[in-house]
Write a protein that binds this ligand. Sequence first.
Ligand SMILES: C[S@@+](CC[C@H](N)C(=O)[O-])C[C@H]1O[C@@H](n2cnc3c(N)ncnc32)[C@H](O)[C@@H]1O
Length: 408
Amino acid sequence: MIDSLLKGEPAGIPLRLAESLNLRFSSGVWRIESRSGSIEGRELAILIIRLFAFPQTVEQAISQAEALGVSSELHREFYGLITEMLRFGILVSAQGSTSSLSKRRGSFDGADVHVRMLNDTARTFAFREAIKATVKTGDVVLDIGSGTGVLALFAAQAGAKKVYAIERSPVMASLARKFAERNGFADRIEVIEGNSTYVEVPEKADVVIAELIGNDPLSERLLPVLMDACQRHTIESPRLIPSKLLIYAIPVEVEESHFSSLDQLQNWRSAVCNLGLRVAPEWNSDSPAPTCDTWVLPQNSGGWRELSEPQELVSLDLRSIKSDMIATRRTMRFDRDGLFNAILICFSLEVAAGIAISTIPDAAARCNHWLVRIWRSPKQFSVSKGQRIEIDYSFDRTVHSQFHVRET
Ligand SMILES: C[S@@+](CC[C@H](N)C(=O)[O-])C[C@H]1O[C@@H](n2cnc3c(N)ncnc32)[C@H](O)[C@@H]1O
């Protein structure tokens, strides 16, 4: 079974923990989560995580476990857990090329993230329609963050004379080149490998496509990248896809059991460190307090009470950005009574005039792949209909967006 999960690789190959895992502690139970699933943190699972912090074979791990007092009756459970962890991508093969697309998880080098984006047909079709409506025959187009090259292909299909597809991941750049060849556009799509803010582009573009929208919408550095591109690589006033980004906040009442207490988090933090694992970035030692935000698919986020309609935090016309930093103060009103303890952050993207994508829970497509953030307010308080609070929202290049709320 384990061998078949390793996709035909020889038995006895070393395994290791995957690079991108989340550790969540909630209601007294911890879970280790990968993109494809999660495992409850039973004692034996903790031991397995500890054993595979460094690459080793299953056999080596079993003999180490025996040395640590794990009895042979537990071998079956031990194997079962390893099998589950392999299935969910928590354990991965420690062998093979690091540039192998199918084995890389958690970064833009991995196939899974690009497949999820392509399968988000609301997103992909919206971009295709926007490109059809915007790109004119003979245009020069820049596709920044080209990934698989799908949007560059749409631009070439729409009649672009030349598309410069810039991609910083060498794995994806080479794949995008192959896709362009396979689809008969090798002469019109030129893939430039590198970060858009460092590379040179041979001619000025009429249109810029930049699908650099993260779960935290600005975290993929959309603003500095666009500012740089429009300064160095385009004609004056190029056409942009997407053209506008609106970020919304919805105050919500989330069941307390959904969040773990700060004490629990602190305990969990030392437990994780004792296992030789690295803690999540939010838990760095210089962070003032650990946060326990949750990220959810908005189409599945109906479990909590929304205390108002979505309220606009920021509206960005991407064609006229003046700064890559944002700091804004908004008054947020409550349309219902309730216990305010969190804010759901979502966005709406105008891809082109009349073509939009949304992660607002009521409007998100069933196939949407973006997660929305449930930001936990450090203070919770009862609110009544009509009441208002102030919210500061900021984004300063180096960190994810920051929030601060104040009762008025
Ligand atoms: C959200 S994905 C979009 C991929 C593709 N355009 C699509 O729509 O499916 C963003 C891609 O941009 C790349 N990327 C992000 N910032 C970049 C930059 N400044 N220069 C070049 N590539 C970048 C990432 O490696 C990733 O492949």
